[in-house]
Ligand binder design. Structure first.
Ligand SMILES: N[C@@H](CCC(=O)N[C@@H](CS)C(=O)NCC(=O)O)C(=O)O
Length: 202
């Protein structure tokens, strides 16, 4: 399998960390690509009309995206049900957590995008993205006890929070959130997280 990926992408990190948790990381070749919300990547676009990463190419040429779909497929094929429980109630609880983690990533990236708009920077948009990040973190502070098992949910949240440290280190997300901070420190020591640390490489 081949993954269009970047060491800067939180969504791609979630997929690679999931592959480590499933013990199949060595079966995925990482192809570093540059994508941007201000342009298109023609190679990625050949396989994914959205020109986004992560995009996973299967040996038969099938392209899978987005990250939640890839996790679903990896879990079904190599888990099964290690990252996404079979029991419906548990599964939807994990999918909800994954949505919160993905939302952290999305808003973290939107803040970066806003910063890059120079004179067009919108304080209102930036404040809204930050408020949503804070709201998700406050919610997770109350749910930190539910995050210890490695699932699609906890992996998304760990990668999302780590992206805040990577790109918004000036914002102290740990302040007032001791349980989430302790959980994140412990979860970050998992081999899957250590093997996938963000790197600012093109
Ligand atoms: N919902 C998508 C989001 C993926 C995403 O936003 N990836 C970013 C990189 S972290 C990207 O490809 N950005 C380029 C673009 O949006 O055109 C997923 O879960 O995979």
């Amino acid at each position: 399998m081949r993954l269009f990926w970047s060491s800067r992408s939180p969504f791609a990190r979630k997929v690679v960390a999931a592959a480590h948790e499933l013990g199949i990381a060595d079966r995925i070749r990482l192809d570093r690509v540059v994508v941007s919300s201000t342009g298109t990547n023609e190679v990625v676009m050949t396989h994914n009309p959205l020109s986004q990463i992560p995009t996973l190419l299967l040996p038969d040429g099938t392209a899978l995206f987005d990250s939640a779909v890839i996790l679903e497929w990896l879990d079904l094929r190599f888990g099964p049900n290690r990252l996404l429980p079979a029991d419906p109630a548990q599964r939807f609880a994990v999918l909800r957590l994954q949505a919160l983690g993905d939302g952290l990533m999305e808003n973290s990236i939107r803040c970066l995008g806003e910063r890059m708009r120079g004179p067009l920077f919108s304080a209102a948009h930036d404040a809204a993205h930050r408020a949503k990040i804070a709201s998700v973190l406050d919610c997770l502070e109350k749910e930190a006890a539910d995050l210890h098992q490695a699932t699609a949910g906890s992996l998304a949240i760990a990668c999302g929070i780590a992206h805040l440290d990577f790109r918004h280190a000036d914002q102290d997300w740990r302040a007032g959130r001791p349980r989430l901070a302790a959980w994140h420190e412990e979860f970050s020591s998992r081999p899957s997280m250590r093997a996938t640390a963000y790197r600012d490489e093109h």
